[in-house]
Design a protein around this ligand. Structure first.
Ligand code: MRU
Length: 327
């Protein structure tokens, strides 16, 4: 299941806000379109955000002749969502590739490269992570780090897909992932489509589900991983990791190298805060009283001591993590 189609110079993305009830494709023709798609979460998931930004910026090179204007456009595009490092990484790659003047050909070629690298990375993450999962495992995942968050296969879901291809019976527990419900709407959707046995749980049911012994392993994706393995991922990941530690359940994080941030310290990472409306409303219906306030961080921070292993396209890494030189 691919959430992005590139046909000639036409880029189409699946509107993930409407899933699983409607499949609608939206055209990306410029950096402005990419900005809107990323900000409003038509597309989401760190690797996919990077790929869409790269194509949007490349398409704008057709209309811009001044390199300063093109660079400014890239810097603006980076502000669409502040936490997923893939966005900054992809924009910087396109800007570097274009050289001293905006070049559609060079920018487009770089966007295509990013797309195919991410496709290959996801497959390799799957192959590297697959041996960690045994026939009969029941695996909990949080948010959506599947095909819909990448260009295919996923990050967290890739090892599970490869394990299934190899004949292993893997059952999945998906957290619903309030407030945007990526687990209920997207993870459940793509895994059911692929023939997995999937059980949906409320985010608040993680502790009991683990206490009952239903979960054998956990795997999640990431929006940014720092040199020491500190993992910034969907809000709630830290709670899941804390419970996993409490019940001695292996907790894995899967990501491509494009999600590594080797420069920032944890205090420097901006945690996106999204609109209170996401908490006040469900499917357009207000559920909270007027006058209440909301705090709606989209991501949280999982310290490395809660992580059993980190899986990338280059291999599987165990603590103490040190991505100082890159994996
Ligand atoms: O707010 P989202 O839906 O963009 O958040 C997505 C996540 O947190 C994913 O777990 C992460 O991007 C990894 S995607 C392979």
């Amino acid at each position: 299941m691919r959430p992005i189609k590139v046909q000639g110079e036409e880029v189409l993305v699946l509107d993930q806000r409407l899933l699983p009830t409607r499949e609608k494709w939206v055209r990306i023709s410029s950096a402005e379109d990419a900005y809107t798609a990323i900000k409003t979460m038509i597309v989401r998931g760190a690797p996919l955000i990077g790929v869409v930004a790269a194509y949007g910026l490349a398409l704008s090179a057709k209309k811009v002749s001044d390199i300063e204007e093109y660079r400014k456009m890239g810097e603006w595009l980076k502000t669409a969502r502040p936490t997923a490092i893939n966005l900054m990484w992809a924009v910087d790659r396109v800007l570097r590739a274009t050289g001293s003047a905006p070049s559609f050909e060079r920018s487009w070629e770089e966007a295509n490269k990013i797309f195919s690298e991410e496709l290959e990375n996801a497959r390799k993450i799957g192959e590297n992570g697959e041996p960690l999962f045994e026939d009969g495992d029941v695996v909990l995942t949080h948010c959506n780090a599947g095909a819909l968050a990448t260009v295919d296969y996923g990050t967290a879901l890739a090892p599970l897909r490869v394990a299934k291809e190899k004949g292993k019976n893997i059952k999945v527990f998906a957290t619903e992932t309030r407030p945007v419900l990526q687990g209920a709407r997207l993870t459940a959707y793509e895994l059911v489509k692929d023939g997995f046995d999937v059980t949906l749980i409320a985010d608040t049911a993680v502790g009991l589900t683990m206490m009952k012994g239903y979960i054998k392993k956990v795997i999640v994706g990431a929006d940014r991983v720092l040199r020491d393995g500190t993992t910034i991922n969907k809000i709630g990941t830290f709670q899941v990791a804390t419970f996993a530690k409490r019940f001695n359940i292996p907790f894995y994080v899967a990501l491509p190298s494009s999600t590594l941030d080797l420069k920032s310290r944890v205090e420097e990472v901006v945690i996106e805060e999204r609109s209170p409306e996401e908490l006040f409303y469900i499917k357009g219906r207000r559920i909270a009283p007027r006058g209440v306030k909301a705090f709606n961080p989209a991501f949280d921070i999982t310290p490395p001591e809660l992580i059993t292993a980190i899986i990338t396209e280059k291999g599987v890494y165990y603590p103490p993590f040190n991505f100082g030189q890159g994996p």
